[in-house]
Design a binder for this molecule. Structure first.
Ligand code: ATP
Ligand code: BTN
Length: 259
């Protein structure tokens, strides 16, 4: 990454400390260790390449050198944020969709942790927690975004179609500026985490809203219903039959449009 440009954009934000790596296993793993070791609020780990990038449940996230954004932001949750930590994945997803909107792109959130452009995955989010006894001491918000076409993994490793910004815009996007916009979005949205309007914005950005979807659970059992919206904690609400709705909680759930 262009170090001068990176320094310039990051200096415009009130971050904690920053660690940059040309290559790393996973920025989330580095950030988790750093958060455990006392990193300040809004400290950032960013890398040009990940060799062991992680999705949920240790699925692989590909970040080839020079093609993508891969970073992890450490938050020290404030007392007033603690009741709403399950909303953080939505906060990160909204910051990503906002950053795309300013580039003229309409994106959607595939609940719980992916951002889609033209129905394909362009970014993924992994939020992990550092505990101190029963208390959450830190959160790591990891975001990966495919900037260039070369960031997109081959189809045989994908369980859902993927795309890149280059594919949608047809022009090159400055990674450093994109990073700045996403981080600025997180910082701006953070004070609104507990508000009803936050849930409303998150809901509005959901892919497949009002459509029939299939939520495949880890044990293989599919739940089928119409995607209604979100509960206050960010869980998904599906209507399974007239007048009857169910809640799908965060966990090993893969959302798909109903075949
Ligand atoms: P889904 O199959 O609906 O994407 P999931 O829950 O199985 O969801 P996630 O944990 O959200 O998967 O994301 C990890 C998956 O994303 C990997 O198993 C892989 O298929 C895919 N993937 C890995 N790297 C990328 C990338 N750079 N861009 C898009 N998709 C990727
Ligand atoms: C997913 O879709 O499952 C989430 C993917 C999250 C990938 C990002 S890239 C930066 C950070 N470091 C990681 O190892 N994972 C996250």
């Amino acid at each position: 990454m262009n170090q001068n440009e990176l320094k310039k954009v990051l200096s415009k934000l009130s971050l904690g400390d920053v660690r940059y790596f040309d290559s790393i296993g996973s920025t989330n793993s580095e950030a988790l260790a750093w958060a455990t070791g006392g990193a300040k609020d809004l400290s950032l780990v960013i890398a040009d390449e990940q060799t062991a990038g992680r999705g949920r449940l240790d699925r692989k996230w590909f970040t080839p050198k020079g093609t993508a954004l891969a970073f992890s932001l450490i938050l020290r949750p404030r007392a007033e944020e603690k009741p709403y930590l399950s909303r953080m994945v939505g906060l990160a997803a909204l910051a990503v969709t906002d950053s795309l909107r300013t580039r003229g792109l309409v994106s959607q959130i595939k609940w719980p942790n992916d951002v889609l452009l033209n129905g394909r995955k362009v970014a993924g989010i992994l939020v992990e927690t550092v505990w101190s006894g029963e208390e959450v001491d830190g959160l790591v918000i990891g975001i990966g975004m495919n900037i260039l076409k070369d960031a997109v993994p081959p189809a045989d490793v994908l369980t859902f179609p993927a795309t890149s910004l280059e594919e949608s815009l047809g022009s090159l996007v400055e990674r450093e500026k994109m990073l700045q916009d996403i981080l600025a979005g997180i910082i701006v949205l953070r004070p609104h985490l507990g508000s009803d309007s936050f849930i409303a914005s998150w809901e509005k950005a959901l892919a497949f809203r009002g459509e029939q979807v299939q939520a495949e659970q880890g044990d293989g059992s599919p739940l089928i219903g119409k995607l209604l919206g979100l509960e206050s904690d960010g869980s998904l609400r599906l209507s399974i039959e007239e007048g009857k709705s169910i809640t799908v909680r965060f966990g090993d759930v893969r959302l798909r449009p109903k075949a």
